[in-house]
Design a protein around this ligand. Structure first.
Ligand SMILES: [Zn+2]
Length: 62
Protein backbone atom coordinates (compact mmCIF):
# COMPACT_ATOMS: atom_id res chain seq x y z
CA UNK A 1 0.00 0.00 0.00
CA UNK A 2 1.37 3.37 -1.01
CA UNK A 3 -0.02 6.20 1.09
CA UNK A 4 2.46 8.82 -0.12
CA UNK A 5 1.18 8.95 -3.67
CA UNK A 6 -1.34 11.81 -3.85
CA UNK A 7 -3.09 10.60 -6.99
CA UNK A 8 -4.83 7.33 -7.61
CA UNK A 9 -4.63 6.12 -11.16
CA UNK A 10 -8.40 5.90 -11.26
CA UNK A 11 -8.54 9.67 -10.71
CA UNK A 12 -5.60 10.69 -12.86
CA UNK A 13 -6.40 13.00 -15.75
CA UNK A 14 -5.99 11.70 -19.29
CA UNK A 15 -3.84 13.48 -21.84
CA UNK A 16 -4.36 12.36 -25.40
CA UNK A 17 -1.85 12.90 -28.15
CA UNK A 18 -3.59 12.81 -31.46
CA UNK A 19 -2.23 10.28 -33.88
CA UNK A 20 0.00 11.71 -36.54
CA UNK A 21 -1.18 11.00 -40.03
CA UNK A 22 0.86 10.68 -43.14
CA UNK A 23 0.67 14.02 -44.97
CA UNK A 24 0.60 12.24 -48.32
CA UNK A 25 -1.91 9.42 -48.02
CA UNK A 26 -3.46 10.16 -44.61
CA UNK A 27 -3.58 6.54 -43.56
CA UNK A 28 -4.81 5.86 -40.05
CA UNK A 29 -2.14 3.24 -39.65
CA UNK A 30 0.56 4.44 -37.23
CA UNK A 31 3.88 5.16 -38.95
CA UNK A 32 7.12 3.42 -38.20
CA UNK A 33 9.35 5.57 -36.03
CA UNK A 34 13.01 5.35 -36.90
CA UNK A 35 14.49 8.05 -34.72
CA UNK A 36 13.62 10.44 -31.95
CA UNK A 37 15.62 13.58 -31.27
CA UNK A 38 15.23 16.23 -28.63
CA UNK A 39 15.18 19.80 -29.94
CA UNK A 40 16.59 21.37 -26.80
CA UNK A 41 13.40 23.29 -26.02
CA UNK A 42 11.43 20.44 -24.52
CA UNK A 43 9.97 19.30 -27.81
CA UNK A 44 10.94 16.14 -29.62
CA UNK A 45 11.16 15.48 -33.32
CA UNK A 46 10.39 11.92 -34.34
CA UNK A 47 11.30 10.70 -37.75
CA UNK A 48 8.63 8.51 -39.17
CA UNK A 49 8.03 6.42 -42.25
CA UNK A 50 4.52 5.79 -43.51
CA UNK A 51 3.74 2.09 -43.58
CA UNK A 52 1.35 2.59 -46.43
CA UNK A 53 3.22 4.76 -48.95
CA UNK A 54 6.74 4.85 -47.42
CA UNK A 55 6.81 8.64 -47.28
CA UNK A 56 9.30 9.97 -44.74
CA UNK A 57 8.02 12.72 -42.52
CA UNK A 58 8.77 14.26 -39.16
CA UNK A 59 6.48 14.42 -36.16
CA UNK A 60 7.09 17.12 -33.57
CA UNK A 61 5.88 16.29 -30.07
CA UNK A 62 5.75 19.31 -27.78
ZN1 LIG B 1 1.50 7.59 -46.52
Amino acid sequence: MNTTNPTRWEQAPIVEISRPRCPACGTAEPPEYVRSEGNGDGSTTRKAICRSCQLRFKVVVE
